[in-house]
Design a protein around this ligand. Structure first.
Ligand SMILES: Nc1ncnc2c1ncn2[C@@H]1O[C@H](COP(=O)(O)OP(=O)(O)OP(=O)(O)O)[C@@H](O)[C@H]1O
Ligand SMILES: [Mg+2]
Length: 462
């Protein structure tokens, strides 16, 4: 049925004559039934006005029967808009109980309680039913017009209530739709903000690298010269010292030392010097070697080795040879697991990519605690990009440290064990390849670095 049009009325009353009266009032013979009927209707004053929709009237003689009709009406989806319910209907339910039951079945039902006298006070009736907006009282003897007006007004109210509910439904749908669109817009905005932040971060990082690069190039140049002559002086000094000690030894062998000389030997601790000087020289040389390595790293970092050629290379081969080089660093700390995909050759500076792999693998090995861990190296291709990742089951990186790991010279390792250049070098190399390096880390669980590179460079620049 059309849910918005409903003129169905149920009369629940134990008196058959009341049913006849209601039928005359609410369902008079229509004009269509002929002039005679119409005249008859006019005589009784019962006719519907032209255009007025007719009522449908159903009868029940007890509350229980009324309930059954309401339930059935719902089953066939033809609910009543309203019911007239008599107050006293022995032997069955009284009006109030009937109304209660009817509303349990269909709360939308508009109801008029009809009575001439009452064994229950109206206040009590209203209190028991607690639904004043759906309940009217009609006192017998009633006027025909009262019945018709009530029927007209309450069926119209039922229709309007339905309409309002439908409108609320569609309003709610509209609100939901709007909310959904707003949520989508919001999500898109968040994604954009995140992307911007990411780009901003990259920009800051590359600016940092550019300025540190300039600085590094200058410093490297300045330091390189002195290191050069310190280094070569060391070899010469080594020789000189050996000669000096040889001369002293010859003197000692040639003639016994005077008391003065013996005292001097004693005072300067010549025997100790003979042992300690070579040790000091060796240690200093190691220090200089280390400084030279740092300067080399700085140079690599600033120029990222301009002399190399771009070439198509097999990434897996590079990874394997790098793993060989770092085998001694990794061997006692972790097992290396390979999970390689299918990769095309990649246009790159192979030795630099190897350097990235090396830094990541060595970092992964260093992140392991006393227990043996796993380093998993994965590779794959995605669209025009290839990627490789190095995952470890190490210490993880604390969130407050994470933003700094690509900074040059940032290290959490003890003095002498890390220069803090590994990741910044790697970052510079990946950037030069127009790729990305990303990191995910969970404290206590491990870290994954993922590097993506374009298979082909738009314009290969050395
Ligand atoms: N896989 C990892 N797990 C935990 N921490 C890491 C990992 N990789 C890097 N880090 C952190 O980032 C810091 C910077 O790393 P980076 O490679 O730049 O320098 P480093 O390893 O300390 O020294 P270098 O590589 O120059 O010898 C490290 O000191 C460490 O704190
Ligand atoms: Mg490192």
């Amino acid at each position: 049925m059309n849910t918005l049009h409903n003129r169905r009325i149920l009369l629940v009353d134990d008196m058959p004559t009341i049913h006849e009266d209601f039928r005359k009032i609410l369902v008079p013979p229509s004009a269509a039934k002929g002039a005679l009927d119409a005249a008859k209707a006019a005589l009784f004053g019962d006719e519907l006005r032209p255009g007025e929709r007719p009522f449908e009237l159903d009868s029940a003689y007890q509350g229980q029967e009324g309930l059954a009709k309401v339930v059935e009406s719902l089953r066939v989806d033809q609910p009543y808009a309203m019911a007239f319910v008599d107050m006293r209907m022995p032997p069955g339910w009284d009006g109030v109980e009937t109304v209660e039951r009817l509303w349990q079945a269909d709360p939308r039902l508009q109801i008029v309680i009809c009575t001439a006298y009452s064994d229950t006070s109206w206040e009590e009736v209203l209190e028991r039913l607690d639904a004043r907006d759906r309940l009217l009282i009609l006192k017998k003897p009633f006027d025909n017009i009262e019945v018709r007006q009530l029927a007209g007004a309450l069926t119209a109210k039922w229709e309007m209530t339905q309409q309002a509910a439908l409108q609320i439904d569609s309003l709610e749908e509209a609100v939901e739709e709007r909310t959904r669109r707003l949520t989508q817009a919001n999500e898109a905005l968040h994604a954009e903000i995140a992307e911007r932040k990411h780009l901003e971060g990259q920009l800051i990082q590359s600016e940092k690298l550019a300025s540190i690069g300039q600085l590094a190039a200058g410093v490297a140049h300045e330091i390189n010269n002195p290191i050069g002559y310190i280094f070569s002086n060391f070899s010469t000094l080594d020789g000189y010292l050996a000669d000096l000690f040889a001369v002293i030894a010859a003197h000692e062998a040639a003639a016994p030392a005077t008391a003065d000389i013996a005292a001097l030997h004693e005072r300067v601790g010549l025997d100790y010097l003979k042992e300690d000087v070579p040790a000091l020289m060796q240690e200093s040389r190691e220090g200089i070697v280390r400084v030279r390595q740092i300067v080399q790293d700085l140079k690599d970092f600033s120029r990222v080795d301009a002399s190399q050629d771009w070439q198509r290379a097999d990434l897996h081969q590079g990874i394997e040879s790098t793993l060989n080089i770092v085998a001694s660093e990794v061997r006692y700390k972790a097992d290396v697991v390979r999970d390689f995909g299918q990769l095309p050759e990649v246009e790159c500076l192979p030795s630099q990519i190897n350097q990235v792999v090396m830094n990541l693998v060595v970092n992964a090995a260093h992140a392991m605690g006393p227990a043996r861990g796993v380093i998993t190296i994965r590779t794959g291709a995605e669209g025009a990009m290839v990627w490789f990742s190095v995952e470890d089951t190490g210490s993880g990186i604390p969130p407050e440290v994470l933003p700094r790991i690509f900074d040059p010279f940032f290290t959490t390792k003890p003095v002498g064990q890390g220069t803090g250049l590994g990741l910044s070098l790697s970052y510079g190399i990946v950037q030069k390849h127009h790729g990305r390096i990303e990191v995910k880390s969970e404290l206590g669980k491990g870290t994954t670095f993922r590097v993506s590179l374009p298979m082909q460079q738009a314009t290969a620049v050395a």
